[in-house]
Design a protein around this ligand. Sequence first.
Ligand SMILES: [Zn+2]
Length: 424
Amino acid sequence: MKLQPSTTVIKNGQLVDGTGRPAVPNAAVIITEGIITYAGPAADAPPAPDARVIDAQGGTIMPGLIEAHIHLTYFNVSELQDLDIKFPVEYVTLQSAVNAKTALECGYTAARSGGCLHNIDVWMNKAIEEDMIPGPRLSTSGREICGAGGLMDWNPDYRRIGMEGIVFIVNGPEQARTAVRKLVKDGIEWVKTYPTGDAASPDINDHHTLCMTFEEMHAVVATAHNHGLKVTGHCRATEGIRNALKAGYDAVEHGTFMDDECLDLLLKRNVPMCPGLGFELFSVQRGKEFGLSQRVLDGHQETLEAGAESCRKVLKAGGTLGLGGDYGFAWTPHGTYAQELTFFVNYVGFSALDTLKCATLGGAKMMGRDKEIGTLEAGKLADVLVVKGDVLKDISILENRDNLLAVMQGGVVKAGTLVKPASF
Ligand SMILES: [Zn+2]
């Protein structure tokens, strides 16, 4: 990804730097060759003659947001079967490119994948890094892994629907190893697995059901780590979280029914977690419109309440949380990601400052890139949002992309109202 080859000063706004420190009023951020060289009070800023100036209009200067669990290949999914291979890889790739552009325009300068169809993430990442298409810096995943009969194995055998583009259905550690070896060749970063079920599948694979054995999970980790890949998993049931942490997982998705033993393991091994929790509330609120049954809605309500409690426990204990998750369903379409932040303030009870820290530095930690991105500090890549208004007073202003004056990656303004529309 190209860096801006000159100096830029952003001024006339408060600085919320993503570290969780209180805002600095009347701040300045100086960027040289795409790297932040100063972020702090404007009065102490070194002179920067001939710099390009961006006026924050009395608003907020903050790090680019990071979606910690994105599915670029999801497009208006309303039931699990919508994830079957309905479209060829060519069309799903186009949908993903549109989603990547949308994410960047919404202020998400980086994202970590929670799984994708085919091997689209890897190629999407290459196209974004080479500035061929706009999109967030991407931490890639690929086809997912689930035990036979588990959450992702929803098609009865007589339908003979090939699931090869979505998921590896495995029976036993040997098949789990085989699946990981295919992913190694695909070139992905994160192996996404399904240790547990979900409220979406109430009859046979609900949120208290296990979908992989410990032995399968351990085989995934040993093979992935041998090749330098990281492992994560969809973990709702307590035993699934515990198995993941004991098997050596590098991250936990959801972490819904987190007991004290799991919390201890999470903290001891410093494993980050992405709750992806807003989805539960939005499913409860809007699921009926999309035909979700009462049993599914009740399950989402139960995971919502338990998940909120887990998040409060992890935050209080000083663990790492990334925000985002599972946007791309019909009732949580791509482009609505920032409602996750409003939800964490209004429903879960996080402060705006903590929420923003999770949505920036937390995501960068989950990606393993917190030395490069996630905060506005000297030496980091200039992935910056310039926002019209005070995000600490009203975090929901981030939901409206008209409030984004500038979305910068490596100091280059890629989106925001300051960018003139391209002429064709
Ligand atoms: Zn997901």
